[in-house]
Design a protein around this ligand. Sequence first.
Ligand code: AQP
Length: 334
Amino acid sequence: MSETPKPLILTGAKPSGELTLGNYLGAIKNWAIMLEEYECFFPIVDLHAITVGYVPAELRKHTYQCLAQYIACGLDPQKSHIFLQSQVIGHTELSWILSCLTPVGELHRMTQFKDKSSKPGASVNAGLLFYPVLMAADILLYNADRVPVGEDQKQHLELARNIAQRFNHTYSETFKVPEPYIPRAGARIMSLQDPSRKMSKSDENPGEAILLLDSPQAIRKKILSAVTDSDTEVRMAPEKPGIANLLNIFSAITGRSVEDLEREFGDSGYGTFKNALADALIAHLEPFQERYREIIEDKTFLHGVLKEGAEVAQARAFKTLRKVYRKAGFVERA
Ligand code: AQP
């Protein structure tokens, strides 16, 4: 008797910089717990990393780092398909077809586009505008059942769902309409210097983000200089966004509840609280960094992971692409 196939989940990060604690606590840490229940596709979406100015050698370095960090975070390549978006034919091809079904006005309404294009000095290229269509193609190419999304990506997933429905309606039933997957334990990590904004790889001020590869000294320095308020009480409250962010990080790292942390550190003063958080973070990241250092040295292993991942992904991608081309009226290659 053949087994029922597991539902397919797809999610990835773009190698636009070094991975942050936000990428880890908000995303990658939660992906590792899905390996048994789902067939997992974890593309590193490198084509998305070139919509803003970048240095080619840095992109390559960040891509290898991201791959080794995925694995060091517990994404087992034996139990998932890890690959580079740029190594699979189909993402950009499908994206073109989907873009012909997407009104430009919808893309102009995307919050991330508005944010990134309004940054002072931003050069707004067509890729930045079309980014969500490429993301829709990434998802639909594999007929993903579920897509884990953070708050910041909900709008893009909604667009992918609309595009899938539009294709199905225009041609005929082809794509599954992907459902959002809300991880049981997801955390939104904010900038250490401006807790109204999320922590990002591309933050310009190095004090804003903890990088997963930061040294213990750098971690402590960043936590100790994190923005708080003029009060002294360690308490979760809307008027204390800096402390709230640090409490969330502490809780996510240790698995302790915020109430428990408030009980222990409520009156201890910010210095004691921040030092305890720095200790916990350093201890949490140490084994990860050790694993990372071993993995990043082993290029043969890393290339093997990418080759295997790309082979599986390519077979699926070609299958979808053939179907899409046929439905869209293109003549099949003899
Ligand atoms: N601060 C965050 N808190 C929680 N989750 C976060 N994610 C990113 N930042 C946070 C989640 O990480 C996954 C991978 O993200 P991505 O690399 O695809 O792109 P991003 O969301 O644009 O990440 P960055 O770090 O902000 O990159 P830049 O600065 O280049 O734009 C996603 O699931 C995301 O939700």
